[in-house]
Ligand binder design. Structure first.
Ligand SMILES: CC(=O)Nc1cnc2ccccc2c1
Length: 438
């Protein structure tokens, strides 16, 4: 497999957009800051990746849903100080409504589940692949949009879909692991230090920065919420645990967190994906609404950011004023996975492919050539009908787009109802009756 240039532009940021017209009046051809175009080669890679997402969703009997990329701002106003809600791509529309380009999918899912109310039978398993947005100062030069595959189950407590996808992509459990923990671990610690539960989501968001900030910075942020230094040390000590038995020693065996995690790891054993997952108490994920098991996939070489992440969120619906339905799900971005596939030499060959090129050798034969092209298309063949070119160009073009066959419509053959076929891989050449061409 060779690396196409595709993967590079999947990773580049929208170039620095300058003013929108330059000195000679040429419009700025770059897409807006932090966004990407998808020219054909990049679009082939993206389509391939999204086809893998779709196939796994189909295999797991998930139904596809979709939502507007524009949502009411109210859906994302949360008080916990998450990065995602501090970088809302929000604005006021011409009707004076507060709207956003959605930063994530789950709240839209929840909105639709509530809207569908009694008409949906549980459990429901929905998936979508949607573009998500954030507005951050370009100082960090990060992208402002990415596509996310979301898989969510409402009405039950799933990690299996992710393992299935990795296997489809050729990624093994020696390449990637999934760190698993539960928000209930943190809840138990807060209770040990009798910390009020209203601090819970705030503390989760801070602790989610474990890997990204220094210990001192974490301590400082935790202290700033009013936690005692004893509680701060206790939190950091417990969240550094990587062994379930040690966790049990610290929290005691009656704690729900320990029971949940033991159950999950025994399911993993039974389902045969135990070597993909590991307990890591530092996993809390940065979204305020998680209530139980949380997980994130990571590359074992530690070079990349989280590949995907998710968890259980049993109380999201009540934050929208509706009755709660237990739910869990994950978001899987389109960027880090491509970096990983590139690292592992697993990017597929993304070069263009076409079945037939049909070429009239004389312009009086453009009619017959066109009818040959359409009959082949009716048989499902991808046909490039070429006109106004010299034969030399057509041969080069056939190479360039990896055509399987070149079908030449010439006067002498056509008088006999024949066309000339050239198989480009074997150089084999033969005549065939035009209406027997398949
Ligand atoms: C690697 C990458 O592109 N991350 C990314 C890019 N855009 C986003 C936009 C919204 C939310 C998360 C986002 C995450």
């Amino acid at each position: 497999r060779f690396l196409s240039s595709a993967s590079s532009s999947m990773l580049t940021h929208g170039d620095e957009a300058s003013t929108h017209v330059d000195a000679n009046g040429v419009v700025d051809v770059n897409p807006p800051r932090g966004t990407r175009d998808f020219p054909p080669e990049d679009m082939r890679l993206r389509t391939w990746l999204f086809d893998q997402f779709r196939e796994v969703s189909r295999l797991m009997a998930f139904e596809e849903v979709d939502f507007p990329v524009l949502e009411s701002e109210a859906l994302f106003i949360r008080k916990a100080g998450e990065e995602i809600t501090q970088q809302l791509y929000n604005f006021e529309d011409k009707g004076g409504r507060r709207v956003v380009l959605r930063p994530e999918i789950t709240p839209s899912l929840a909105r639709l589940v509530i809207k569908q109310g009694k008409s949906v039978s549980l459990p429901l398993k929905w998936f979508t692949i949607g573009q998500c947005w954030r507005y951050e100062r370009m100082t960090r030069g990060r992208r402002r949009e990415h596509y996310q595959w979301n898989m969510d189950i409402f009405g039950v407590p799933k990690v299996r879909a992710i393992v299935l996808l990795f296997q489809r992509l050729g990624i093994t459990s020696s390449d990637v692991g999934i760190r698993v923990s539960s928000r209930k671990v943190l809840l138990a610690v807060l209770n040990m230090y009798s910390i009020p539960e209203h601090l819970f989501t705030q503390v989760c968001v801070i602790v989610d920065k474990f890997g990204k900030l220094t210990r001192e910075e974490i301590e400082k942020e935790l202290m700033s919420t009013g936690l005692s230094s004893e509680a701060v040390q206790g939190i950091i000590e417990v969240l550094s645990l990587k062994s379930l038995s040690k966790l049990e020693e610290v929290l005691g065996s009656g704690v729900e967190a320990v029971a949940d995690l033991k159950k999950l790891f025994s399911f993993a054993e039974q389902y045969g994906y135990a070597d993909w997952i590991c307990f890591d108490a530092s996993v809390v994920r940065g979204l305020a609404y998680y209530t139980g098991i949380v997980f994130e996939a990571f590359d074992r070489e530690g070079k990349l950011r989280a590949i995907c992440g998710g968890g259980r969120y049993d109380k999201l619906l009540s934050t929208f004023g509706s009755e709660d339905i237990p739910a869990c799900g994950f978001g899987f971005g389109d960027a880090v996975i491509v970096e990983l596939l590139k690292e592992k030499g697993l990017l597929p060959d993304m070069s263009r492919q076409i079945d037939d090129i049909v070429f009239p050798l004389d312009e009086v034969l453009e009619g017959p050539a066109s009818s040959i092209a359409s009959s082949l298309r009716k048989k499902g063949r991808a046909v490039d009908l070429v006109e106004d070119k010299r034969l030399k160009w057509v041969f080069k073009h056939a190479e360039r787009i990896n055509a399987s066959r070149l079908i030449l419509v010439g006067n002498s053959e056509w008088e006999r109802g024949m066309v000339r076929v050239k198989i480009l891989s074997t150089r084999e050449e033969y005549e065939v009756k035009a209406d027997e061409l398949d």
